[in-house]
Design a protein around this ligand. Structure first.
Ligand SMILES: [Zn+2]
Ligand SMILES: [Zn+2]
Length: 261
């Protein structure tokens, strides 16, 4: 590959649903031939929100120290960056802003994981899909994505079409295109997230037609495996790169919250 390939969506055991020490992710990145990686563990949120699946506020210094130790260990061999996967959930913006101001992060992904109180990507709560109208679900979901883009808090939008995870495909498509218009207008990038290939839907996020629509709007992509274990680092990146380049898309990385590439 003729450009630096980074995996910019990676978790650590601090979120309580990932395994493997951060240095094992770095070793996996070296083995996969990557030039760099950016850790983006699930950020602390208010205590009432999603507590079992993320680090708490008191653990944030440990996260920073652990990744800085990996940066030092791999200096000169691997470009190790430090970011966060943030959640967009209306009402929590001030809390999120405070966390984002606590450190000089390299990259912040904005993700929507909840519709109201329902964590719709959590396998424990799949049954709830049966109670929902899919058109309404996607309408509400993409309205939140647009809110995330407009909030000004994030560098990219995480796993754009996430509600398809278990196979519940978007019956409409127009809400997604409108959301892409807003994301483009606000100058964010898209997380090209290969985890979808490991889920029941067996499709990366975003879907191929949305990758094309995003490229047409000039939206850049940030490659991410969304690894929750070291062996997932760089998962199917060759295919991801080909898919993006085939539709004329650009691949970028972030450092100090500025876009590179
Ligand atoms: Zn996670
Ligand atoms: Zn996520």
């Amino acid at each position: 590959m003729t450009f630096a390939v980074f995996d910019s969506h990676l978790h650590t055991p601090l979120c309580a649903h990932a395994t493997g020490a951060p240095r094992e992710y770095a070793l996996a990145a070296l083995n996969a031939g990557l030039q760099g990686l950016c850790f983006t563990d699930h950020m602390p949120m208010p205590a009432w929100y999603d507590a079992p699946w993320r680090m708490n506020l008191a653990e944030l210094p440990q996260y920073i120290e652990e990744i800085q130790a990996v940066q030092a260990e791999f200096a000169g061999r691997l470009d190790v960056r430090l970011g966060l996967e943030a959640d967009f959930h209306p009402g929590t913006e001030k809390f999120v802003e405070k966390i984002l101001n606590l450190h000089d992060w390299d990259y912040v992904i904005g993700s929507v994981h909840y519709l109201g109180a329902w964590g719709f990507d959590n396998p424990e709560f799949i049954d709830e899909y049966a109670n929902r109208d899919l058109d309404d679900l996607y309408r509400d979901y993409y309205a939140l994505v647009e809110g995330a883009a407009r909030s000004g808090l994030f560098d990219s939008l995480g796993h754009l079409d996430l509600p398809k995870k278990f196979g519940h495909l978007d019956p409409n498509g127009l809400y997604a295109l409108h959301a892409l218009d807003v994301v483009a207008e606000r100058g964010l990038a898209l997380d090209f997230n290969t985890a979808g290939w490991r889920k029941p839907v067996a499709q990366a996020y975003p879907a191929p037609d949305l990758v094309r629509a995003a490229a047409e709007r000039g939206l850049p992509f940030v490659l991410g495996s969304d690894a929750h274990k070291p062996e997932e680092v760089g998962h199917r990146f060759t295919e991801a790169i080909k898919q993006i380049h085939d539709v004329g898309g650009r691949i970028v990385t972030y450092r100090g919250r500025a876009r590179h590439g």
